[in-house]
Design a protein around this ligand. Structure first.
Ligand code: SF4
Length: 745
């Protein structure tokens, strides 16, 4: 996206933004306001923009809570885009979801860009020489979203029997081959079908597999083109994962001046900042499972159980070399040994997870760890080390003249160098697993990490498998050092950053995200309330006769209350749970009755998340039962959503190993883990769930919380006080149902 801007070149000093000039474009009759179809002046939006302008002008950090409907994207885009152009400083805008990334890139940025020439003309003054500058924004997704032409060509050379025949992988591969010729960005989202995960993982770009300047496809490579494009962009729209990948590499050793994952930048806007801790935790975690190990072994070498057919990268390499480098017996034995060791480790791990589905490695379980699993880690590591040495030994046999850079045999895709590159990246994967095994064995020496195992259930009965994860206990210090201490301006925005009211309301989020640890500069904060009429359009209901979640009868109460409430609302409902078991129970109770009256009912797991949401949005009377990720990011305006049921207050379960470890750490530091962590975290999530109902100012509906702790426990007040003022009905269920009928119709 490019827009020509006439600018004035002056001395290279930071040019400040004039608040009133910028703000006036979003006031009635202003250049942006008049381009918006349903523009409504919003004081909160202008106030938020004023805070963002201050953060840019004063090189400050800022945290802003902007309620639904404030129009936060325009409030930060305008200052960010003006500042980037005026000062030739690149600004990164990071979001948690691809939906927001696309909305910014496809709708909001072009709209602001069209108004930039007139705004900048008034901002830049008349004393300097005029220059023409192009405004440029680039959307950068993670590498895995883009097809890698080299890997695609290699996959096309694979024999057909390597593609499962039951799920059209080969057909889809051929369709991707055709699409690549005319694809604009090479991003998976450009395809008009969703490729199988197993297929996409074979052909997408991966950092370890990318040959960069040595790749024969580099000239037309989508990732390389994107990198070149990003190099002169004023605004980069990225996701949190990509931002953390860039920050991690920069703080490791790459520094802040050169291109790493992203080209250098000086200022950052983080939208959807409420889950920055979760996003960073996921980025800095490491995991493995037998499924990944087996898949990578097969990529290197596989032999049919019956017959002599062999395939894999090592066999292809051998064929290209025209000489034997693979010692069949040794490699087959070595692979078999890893498989056996990994199977044993997996079996022992699944057994350890028998009770709770998870097992955390802690001092008090030392005896169990030593007697039941430690030896398995040792065997996996030992066999992996033997295997990687063996493969390295084979690679060393390649004559130097054939393996030296630039030597290609017959065609690009099957070049020896390309295959060696790919094999080496798989070796690195195995070396990483061997290191993870060591870390698990020496978990006591890594107190800043949580080591845990989770049991997953496969599709076939009895096919449970274990995932081994290593997660950082605390990311606040890392974020402080690599983000808040370094960049001139970091503005964090979200609809939910505060707990309660007043000066301290940002403290919880600031401390978890690392912003609270910054000493060098003060962070600006501001709360910008939603302009929506919650007080007249939303009824908050809590049935006072609901048993407490710990009391008998709670589950039965929830199951039947969900059905009654949905029936009264005529569908158009989102029912949010904290556990899949409760979800299933309520879904199975409600489905027959709702089906009878023609209300379609869906549940999480019926389809992938985006398709499920699309189906839910398309039929305005439908009902969706969901957990986890659906507490946020569901945007169902109008009649599609008239009732949100929150089955339970969203406290994390105590058997979540990372949560448990973080609570213990806080207790050791003298904090109260319930009041200082568990409760505020649940309040943030509760506010996200509540926020699903009203997406437009004309929306009207009910939020019903089937957890009477909201009224019976003293901490319930903290949840209630964190919501905007609504109408309320705290009464027995039968009266609540009557009230619901009166309110909704
Ligand atoms: S440069 Fe890297 S991502 Fe691009 S085609 Fe080559 S290997 Fe794939």
């Amino acid at each position: 996206m490019t827009v020509h801007i006439l600018m004035h070149a002056g001395k290279h000093i930071t040019k400040k933004l004039e608040p009133e000039t910028i703000i006036s474009s979003l006031e009635q009759g202003g250049s942006i306001a008049s381009s918006l179809e349903h523009f409504e002046p919003r004081q909160s939006q202008l106030d938020l923009m004023r805070l963002v302008i201050r953060a840019f002008n004063e090189d400050s950090l800022a945290a802003a809570e902007a309620g639904t409907g404030v129009g936060k994207s325009f409030a930060y885009l305008l200052p960010a885009m003006c500042f980037a152009l005026l000062n030739k400083e690149r600004v990164v805008i990071s979001t948690a979801t691809i939906t927001l990334q696309q909305q910014l890139y496809e709708k909001d940025i072009p709209l602001v860009a069209s108004a930039l020439p007139s705004i900048l003309a008034s901002l830049s003054g008349s004393g300097s020489a005029a220059i023409t500058k192009q405004f440029k924004a680039v959307l950068v997704k993670g590498r895995g979203n883009y097809v890698c032409k080299r890997r695609l060509e290699e996959a096309l050379k694979d024999p057909p029997h390597l593609f499962p025949s039951d799920n059209n992988e080969l057909e889809n591969l051929n369709a991707i081959h055709v699409w690549v010729e005319k694809a604009e960005t090479g991003s998976k989202s450009e395809l008009n079908f969703v490729p199988q995960e197993s297929l996409w993982s074979r052909i997408c770009s991966e950092v370890d597999l990318c040959m960069g300047s040595r790749c024969n496809c580099r000239e037309t490579c989508f990732v390389m083109t994107l990198r070149r494009d990003a190099a002169d962009a004023d605004i980069l729209v990225v996701n949190h994962h990509l931002l953390f990948a860039d920050l991690a590499a920069r703080s490791d050793s790459a520094g802040y001046e050169s291109t790493v994952v992203l080209p250098p930048y000086t200022r950052i806007i983080i939208d959807e900042a409420h889950n920055i801790e979760e996003a960073a935790t996921s980025f800095f975690s490491d995991e493995f499972s037998r499924i990944g190990v087996f898949r990578n072994l097969s990529r290197l070498y596989r032999k049919k159980r019956r017959g002599t057919a062999r395939s894999g990268l090592l066999i292809r390499l051998e064929a290209l070399l025209g000489s034997s480098i693979v010692s069949e017996n040794r490699i087959a034995d070595s692979i078999e040994n890893i498989r056996k060791a990994m199977d044993d480790l997996d079996e022992a791990a699944v057994e350890l997870c028998f009770h709770d589905g998870v097992f955390r490695l802690t001092h008090i379980k030392d005896e169990i760890i030593n007697s039941r699993i430690k030896t398995n880690f040792i065997f996996v590591r030992k066999n992996i080390n033997i295997f990687t040495s063996l493969v390295n030994e084979m690679l060393e046999q390649i004559p130097e003249e054939k393996s030296s850079p630039g030597v290609k045999i017959s065609d690009t895709s099957n070049s020896i160098e390309s295959l060696v590159w790919e094999i080496k990246s798989i070796i690195r994967y195995f070396e990483n697993i061997a290191n993870l095994c060591s870390s698990f064995m020496e978990y006591k020496e890594n107190p800043d990490k949580v080591f845990w195992i989770e049991k997953n259930t496969g599709h076939q009965q009895g096919s449970a498998w274990a995932r081994f994860s290593q997660t950082p206990l605390d990311i606040a210090h890392d974020l402080k050092e690599s983000l808040f201490d370094v960049f001139k301006t970091v503005v964090c925005v979200s609809a939910t950053l505060t707990i309660g009211q007043g000066q301290d309301s940002f403290n919880f989020w600031k401390n978890r995200s690392g912003l609270g640890l910054v000493e060098k500069k003060q962070a600006l904060t501001g709360v910008f309330p939603s302009p929506f009429p919650y007080d007249t359009s939303v009824l908050l209901g809590v049935p006072m006769d609901a048993p407490l979640p710990t009391e008998p009868g709670y589950s039965t109460f929830v199951d039947s209350a969900c059905t009654d409430l949905i029936e009264i609302a005529g569908g158009s409902s989102l029912v949010l749970f904290t556990s899949y078991t409760s979800l299933k129970s309520a879904y199975e109770t409600a489905k027959p009755r709702l089906k009878e009256i023609g209300i379609p009912v869906f549940k999480q797991g019926d389809d992938d998340r985006s398709r499920l949401l699309k189906t839910f949005l398309e039929d305005s009377s439908s009902v969706l039962f969901a957990t986890d990720s659906f507490w946020e990011g569901v945007d169902a305006p109008g009649d599609t959503l008239r009732l949100v049921i929150l089955a339970r207050l969203p406290f994390k379960t105590p058997n979540d190993p990372v949560f448990e470890a973080r609570c213990e750490k806080l207790e050791q530091e003298g904090f109260n883990s319930f009041m200082d962590f568990s409760l505020p975290e649940a309040v943030m999530r509760f506010r996200q769930g509540f926020g699903r109902l009203m997406r437009r100012s004309s929306d009207r509906g009910m939020v019903v919380v089937l957890d009477s702790r909201l009224l019976k426990k003293s901490y319930g007040r903290i949840f209630l006080d964190s919501l905007p003022k609504t109408r309320s009905c705290f009464n027995e269920l039968k009266n609540l149902l009557r009230n619901a009928e009166d309110f909704l119709y």
